[in-house]
Write a protein of this length. Structure first.
Length: 363
């Protein structure tokens, strides 16, 4: 079975997907039962409703984030489970024909920092080691390349400097950058987050920030100017301020857009005037991502179908997204070139074609 998945031709890239938003509900259920923890519902079908949030249910970003708070206590600090989640993620990405992916998570949210009910203390660093182990095994077995981004959380800015230290410590073991996630509190960002992002820049650690999802265009500007973000998670509301939008385009800031979650969390109200349409028309540097496929129960393939059928993107746009993601990935220069060359082979483009002239191929 795994050799069939390993040998699948893979031509997609995604840069914005959360590990804890990608868990298989069945695995969460099995882990919680093995640990003897109290479940929100005893039967799996009902339990699944508590750990997913499907398209059409119209939740606010905060309600959506509450789903995470429901299942975090069930899996937190379980080192075997964390490794298994990372391993299973590789299989799920390979099935979606993803060649390269950047997976993000908050090591602190998956750690057991305040032991409860006799469960042992598990540090954020142990979580990073478990994720790395699972990914190493899974990438090898399923033929995908996955790197990680460690998330600072707006509700716990005091963890931020440790995130930078962990990103630095594990930079040769797959960690390629840092992020800020959680409720969009960037007006202004907490001092600890600003200090951490400044330090990350000094250390050459790449940076992305969730901004302009529930918040406004100013947050996108803050992310870039104050937190030195090279990429923006979501960023739809940048369109509300044309001068900021123009500036982001001139800086070639990459937008990691996530169609399904943008609709579930109502950060975009309709498909008709969705920001992605404008990004595509204006040839903004953006990519298509799943964000939280375990919670939304929508695969990358389904995101692409939604983009084509309901946002009127064509196959050239999807190809452009794959190359945008590769060129804006946080990979070191030589590995990035290798990925771009590999994608060219997958998309039937001569290897000697330069990245800048790719836009002529996909006008
Ligand atoms: Zn996200």
């Amino acid at each position: 079975m795994s050799s069939a998945i390993r040998d699948l031709p893979k031509h997609r890239c995604e840069l914005h997907v959360h590990l804890d938003g990608s868990l298989r509900p069945q695995t969460i259920y099995d882990v919680a039962r093995r640990r003897g923890l109290k479940l929100p519902a005893e039967e799996f079908e009902e339990f699944k409703d508590h750990v997913t949030c499907c398209y059409g249910t119209n939740k606010s970003l905060l309600e959506f984030l509450n789903v995470f708070y429901t299942f975090h206590p069930l899996i937190r600090g379980d080192t075997a489970a964390i490794e298994q989640f990372a391993y299973e993620f590789c299989e799920d990405e390979a099935k979606q024909k993803v060649a390269y992916c950047e997976l993000r998570y908050s090591p602190h949210y998956l750690a057991e920092l305040k032991p409860r009910d006799g469960l042992p203390y598990v540090s954020a660093e142990t979580v990073v080691r478990c994720v790395n182990n699972g990914l190493r095994r899974g990438c090898h077995e399923f033929g995908v390349k996955i790197r990680t981004i460690l998330c600072c959380m707006t509700d716990h800015p005091e963890w931020s400097m440790e995130i930078v230290a962990l990103a630095d410590k594990f930079r040769n073991e797959g960690v390629v950058g840092i992020d800020v996630a959680g409720e969009e509190i960037l007006d202004p960002p907490a001092k600890e987050i600003i200090d951490a992002f400044t330090r990350a820049k000094e250390l050459g650690i790449s940076r992305t920030v969730h901004a302009g999802e529930s918040g406004g265009a100013q947050n996108v500007l803050t992310a870039v100017e104050v937190l030195h973000a090279e990429r923006i998670g979501h960023g739809y509301h940048v369109l509300e301020d044309q001068s900021i939008y123009k500036k982001m385009k001139s800086l070639d800031i990459h937008f990691e857009v996530c169609p399904v979650t943008s609709l579930i969390t109502r950060s975009q109200h309709s498909l008709e005037d969705h920001a992605i349409r404008q990004f595509d028309v204006d040839r903004v540097n953006y990519s298509l991502n799943t964000d939280d496929p375990g919670i939304t129960q929508k695969s990358l393939n389904e995101e692409h179908l939604l983009a084509v059928n309901q946002l009127d993107l064509d196959s050239c746009s999807l190809t452009r997204c794959a190359f945008n993601a590769a060129t804006s990935s946080f990979l070191p220069k030589d590995e990035k070139q290798e990925l771009i060359d590999y994608l060219k082979t997958m998309h039937g483009i001569p290897t000697e074609t330069s990245v800048t002239s790719l836009s002529n191929l996909f006008p």
